[in-house]
Ligand binder design. Structure first.
Ligand code: NAD
Length: 517
């Protein structure tokens, strides 16, 4: 989704209908039970076939309220469960998800379309966060100062918030719930996940694995839905915090609405990631990196490279190498031996294809045009093959907006300074990369670039689980980043206790402001 094209209310455009008699209906998961949704449903497609494979219920305020009530009721006992017991549930969950990752990957491929190896990749990155979450006793413990004043001790506690809402996008249906839920749960919170209605089943699978790992009923709930479900989470008085990932207009809306209703909100938004290539870079390695980072997961990654910024002197050679390497990408059904799957919906595919035309109309050169139906998959799938556009004008919508598809643009610049200025003037600040063999230039870039996650000869610099994920500027709203030690701060509140155990020397009348002695 792009930053400028739509109002929040217009975002959800998939067909909605009242007929529950389609193929499988995906249940909610409330208080440890699968629950059929009561009202409207929306189709969930297999994007490689272009046909609905199930119906997802769109919860109204009542159903979301039930999930919040279940979480609220389960919270006190979960919060008070010993650290040792909570930790053993996390370890057990980690064992279960590792042993069943192929099943989860198959669910991701079926509803999202990404190829099986890529689905396994997102699960592996999610498991990193589960592993981080097992370390919660170390990361949530407080501090203690003995004798801050004579006979007075001061110590801090980190306590869970209560009910946390997690709202996730379509592009990482397993990884993004796993960025948040394990940390929120380990810290002692109860959780309601509202997954993307486009590929909702991975969240259900994860919630049921947590139940199998011993998580008490009600501590983790999944409700499906769209705007009404999200709005209920954002405004419900029992919800204390929201972790959101999605497009920038919705992230901003979620941040403003949730904050207005007194919630702690972290809202990660869209991106336009640039890769600056200096003349001394190894152009073969750089071309491989651009192709992998531009077209992996059909470009539907918030850390995908969408713009290669090439210094003039090497731009022709680099463009030729990228083109050559793109010829080897096999586009097709993700259950077969392909490199790149379909896009998430037919509507999104058409929108991405529209940007290709816009770029051409605005004077860019179409080096490789992916609007070609020859793929290894069903003709009705939502296909668009890798596309390379050179000399993209920076005032074209194809440059300015997030495309979120398999379209790699090249913008040529005359110097490092011009490339840096281009990157820094972009409203997004999620990820970026520099390709060079000059350590001094790389160090300067790391210092000067206005972007939250930076790769030096690494095209998709998604931080490991024990660091934190989050961009700058219009790629994030609110303070908290995903995972890493920041996440434990986000999901807990600090309480500071000043304590003394009275003895006779403390007696006597003294109305003065307390001072240390
Ligand atoms: P989206 O904003 O359309 O949807 C995200 C979530 O918001 C979904 O759960 C959806 O149901 C809900 N939603 C949609 N419209 C809404 C509305 N009007 N009111 C309330 N809730 C609404 O995003 P998407 O298309 O699912 O995901 C792709 C976007 O997510 C891209 O912009 C991508 O860059 C971004 N993304 C960012 C990161 C990051 O870490 N910064 C990671 C992954 C994806």
């Amino acid at each position: 989704m792009t930053d400028t094209a739509v109002e929040p209310e217009e975002q959800i455009t998939d067909e909605v209908h009242d007929d529950p008699s389609g193929p499988d209906r995906i249940p909610h998961f409330i208080d440890g039970q699968r629950r059929q949704g009561a009202g409207e449903t929306a189709p969930v497609f297999n994007p490689a076939l272009g046909t609905p494979v199930s119906q997802v219920p769109l919860a109204g305020a009542d159903e979301v309220g039930e999930a919040i009530a279940a979480a609220s009721a389960a919270f006190p006992a979960w919060r008070d469960l010993s650290i040792a017991k909570r930790q053993s549930i996390m370890f057990r969950f980690r064992e279960l998800i590792v042993s069943r990752k192929d099943e989860l990957a198959a669910i991701v491929t079926r509803e999202h379309g990404k190829v099986h190896s890529d689905a396994l990749g997102e699960i592996a990155r999610g498991i990193e966060v589960v592993e981080l979450a097992t370390a919660f006793p170390l990361l949530t413990k407080g501090e203690y100062s003995e004798n801050a004043s004579t006979g007075v001790d001061v110590y801090s506690l980190r306590q869970p918030l209560g009910v946390v809402g997690i709202i996730s996008p379509f592009n990482f249906p397993a990884m993004i719930p796993l960025w948040f839920a394990p940390v929120a749960l380990a810290a002692g919170n109860a959780v309601v996940i509202k997954p993307s209605e486009k590929d909702p089943s991975a969240s259900l699978f994860i919630a049921e694995l947590f139940q199998e790992a011993g998580l008490p009923d009600g501590v983790l709930n999944v409700v499906h839905g769209s705007k009404e479900a999200v709005d209920t989470l954002l405004t419900h008085p029992e919800v204390q915090a929201i972790s959101f990932v999605g497009s920038t207009p919705i992230a901003e809306y979620v941040y403003e609405t949730g904050s207005k209703h007194g919630k702690r909100v972290q809202a990660l938004g869209g991106a336009k990631n640039h890769m600056l290539v200096l003349p001394d870079a190894d152009l073969d390695v750089t071309a491989d990196a651009a192709v992998n980072a531009g077209f992996g997961s059909a470009g539907e990654r918030c850390m995908a490279i969408s713009v290669v910024v090439a210094i003039d002197s090497i731009a022709d050679e680099l463009a030729a190498k990228i083109k050559e390497k793109m010829a080897g990408i096999r586009t097709g059904d993700g259950t077969r031996d392909n490199d790149m799957g379909p896009l998430i919906t037919g509507q999104h595919r058409d929108k991405v294809a529209g940007y290709i035309q816009t770029a051409a109309d605005d004077g860019a050169s179409l080096v490789v045009d992916g609007r070609d139906p020859e793929v290894d998959g069903d003709p009705n799938g939502f296909w668009l093959k890798p596309t390379l556009i050179d000399n993209v004008p920076t005032d074209s919508a194809a440059y300015k907006e997030e495309i979120f598809g398999p379209v790699l643009s090249i913008v040529r610049v005359s110097s490092y300074e011009e490339g840096l200025e281009l990157i820094n003037s972009n409203p997004y600040g999620n990820g970026t990369a520099i390709f060079t063999n000059d350590g001094g230039a790389a160090r300067r870039f790391q210092n000067e670039v206005q972007v939250g996650m930076v790769g030096i000869n690494v095209p998709i610099p998604v931080p490991v689980g024990y660091h934190s994920f989050g961009g700058w500027k219009r790629s994030i709203f609110g303070q908290g980043k995903a995972y890493g030690k920041h996440a434990f701060e986000f999901y807990t509140r600090e309480k500071v206790v000043t304590s003394r155990w009275l003895d006779p020397s403390h007696g006597g009348l003294n109305l003065g402001f307390p001072q240390h002695d």
